[in-house]
Ligand binder design. Structure first.
Ligand code: AMP
Ligand code: ZN
Length: 488
């Protein structure tokens, strides 16, 4: 498998540090509000990378943090009149529900930052002892970026002319404001009851201070706790390259002297009208917004269509969100659902005769699979993978329509679709597996009457019964050799 490594700025072959387990970390959400679909695009991308690794037989362990303490969560909880933990747990739950709806697998470890105090404390103390960090006059502790030789290299920023001793205590800032960044923030009135009292070694003396952590230290501590000094892959949205990932590298590598992560993968942004979707720009939609907008469409059709919209773009490129694109993806998902239902109907109605898999059929399926895997191994080229998938859908439809398919071939097709879906996660297999619903007697009677009318060529009467069935919520499906009733 090959992918683009932000660190080397090259497409590289993936080679795990150790064959037995690939260690994968990605930065989780800040739980001060509902995630927007821009955030969710990044989590779909990360899910795709992990599923592709697993598909290619790697054993993978995944860890994600949850930022449940920072300026935004504290301000939000105070505005809502709630304790921080109550406030953040509501949005953590909402986030986990959203990712489940998008068929994103949960990380093996989901780690709230407030559970990492001992690890963060340890790192800050070590950085102080090694003089990579210093205490400022308000008792906040800052990382001294001039002490880290390669600071800026990861983010491709040249700090040669940097102003010395400038400091930022905001977690988010741009490269123009790059300077020493805050590791631990001294308590301020606005923080209210959200602080920890911890012992620090300052100039050889132990001092107890009231603090809370800065943002970047979380991920260094989380990785150290669950993985140790080195991991294989670290991921996030492209906006995290600077300062967040640069700072994670500076902290971790200053402590361990080892390369923190071998590969760094970043996804492009979800844009809307040419601008990055962001809460601050107030140009965002949440998953619930979209589900309510399309309330006449089954929820799992809308959510799979959203996932498909993300897969239609290359992960490293920005993609534009639009309702018209989403609507055409809803149509695609409905077509996939129709295929599943058609496979099921055909399966139920086929005779057992000639029940084998032809060589040509099996070769055709293998061909689709090879093209699909090639595309995924090529820096996760999902647009190509999706076009191969669409060709497969067309192929299966034509096989069914021309009645050139056997029962065994239908089961083989389902297995192939399942294999494709291990990464794509956009197919609803319950449509194939579901047993026929029991049809009430009055409906069955109408259906029979309609079929008799049709056989008698009394089409007017047949149409009348068909409309009555429709009014009861049943659709008649006629094929060349059989007729079936389906609940809408
Ligand atoms: P946050 O909850 O702000 O910490 O962000 C969670 C993830 O969403 C991070 O990996 C960000 O890079 C990512 N993200 C934020 N905005 C967008 C966007 N418009 N498109 C794609 N990813 C985004
Ligand atoms: Zn992080």
């Amino acid at each position: 498998m090959q992918f683009y490594n932000t660190k080397t700025r090259e497409i590289e072959n993936f080679k795990p540090l150790k064959q037995d387990m690939v260690k994968v970390y990605f930065c989780g959400p800040t739980v001060y509000n509902y995630a927007h679909i821009g955030n969710l695009r990044t989590f779909v991308f990360e899910d795709l990378v992990i599923k592709t690794l697993k598909y290619l037989w790697h054993r993978v362990k995944t860890v994600m943090n949850i930022t449940d303490i920072d300026d935004k969560t504290i301000a939000g909880s105070q505005a809502a009149g709630l304790k921080l933990a109550e406030f953040t747990s509501k949005f953590t739950d909402a986030f986990l529900a959203d990712i489940a709806k998008l068929n994103i697998d949960r990380a093996d470890e989901i780690v709230p930052v407030t559970s990492l105090m001992p690890e963060m404390l340890k790192i800050v103390n070590k950085l102080l002892t090694r003089k990579m960090a210093y205490v400022w006059e308000d008792w906040s502790i800052y990382y001294d970026i001039s002490k880290f030789e390669d600071y800026g290299k990861f983010a491709n920023i040249d700090f040669a002319g940097m102003k010395a001793w400038a400091r930022v205590d905001n977690d988010e800032y741009d490269k123009e404001n790059a300077s020493d960044f805050v590791l631990w923030k001294a308590w301020k009135k606005e923080d209210g009851e959200n602080f920890w009292e911890e012992k620090f070694m300052i100039n050889g003396e132990e001092k107890v201070l009231k603090w809370r952590p800065g943002w970047h230290i979380e991920c260094s501590a989380c990785n150290m706790k669950y993985f140790g000094p080195q991991i294989d892959i670290h991921m996030g949205g492209v906006d995290l390259i600077f300062p967040h990932h640069q700072n994670e590298i500076a902290q971790t590598e200053a402590l361990t002297g080892k390369e923190f992560s071998k590969y760094w993968l970043h996804s492009g942004h979800l844009m809307i009208d040419g601008k990055k979707m962001a809460k601050s720009a107030n140009n965002f939609y949440t998953l619930s917004d979209l589900i309510s907008k399309y309330k006449d469409t089954p929820e799992n059709v809308v959510t799979r269509a959203i996932r498909l919209s993300f897969l239609n773009g290359k992960y490293r490129e920005n993609i534009d969100f639009s309702f018209s694109k989403l609507e055409s993806n809803i149509v695609v998902i409905k077509k996939i659902d129709e295929l599943l239902k058609k496979l099921k109907r055909t399966y139920d109605n086929l005779w057992e005769e000639n029940n084998k898999i032809s060589k040509a059929f099996s070769m055709d399926l293998q061909g689709f699979m090879m093209d699909y895997v090639d595309a995924m191994e090529d820096d996760l080229n999902t647009p190509i993978a999706i076009s191969v998938f669409n060709e497969l859908i067309t192929y299966l439809n034509s096989k069914i329509d021309s009645l050139e398919i056997t029962k065994k071939e239908i089961l083989a097709s389902i297995d192939f679709l399942k294999s494709f879906n291990r990464i794509l996660s956009i197919i609803d297999f319950s449509l194939f597996e579901k047993e026929d619903e029991i049809i009430p007697d009055n409906i069955a009677g109408l259906f029979e009457a309609r079929n008799t009318a049709k056989t008698d060529k009394n089409f007017e009467l047949a149409d009348k019964y068909r409309d009555e069935l429709l009014a009861f919520g049943y659709k008649i499906i006629d094929d060349r050799t059989w007729t079936k009733l389906e609940k809408i």
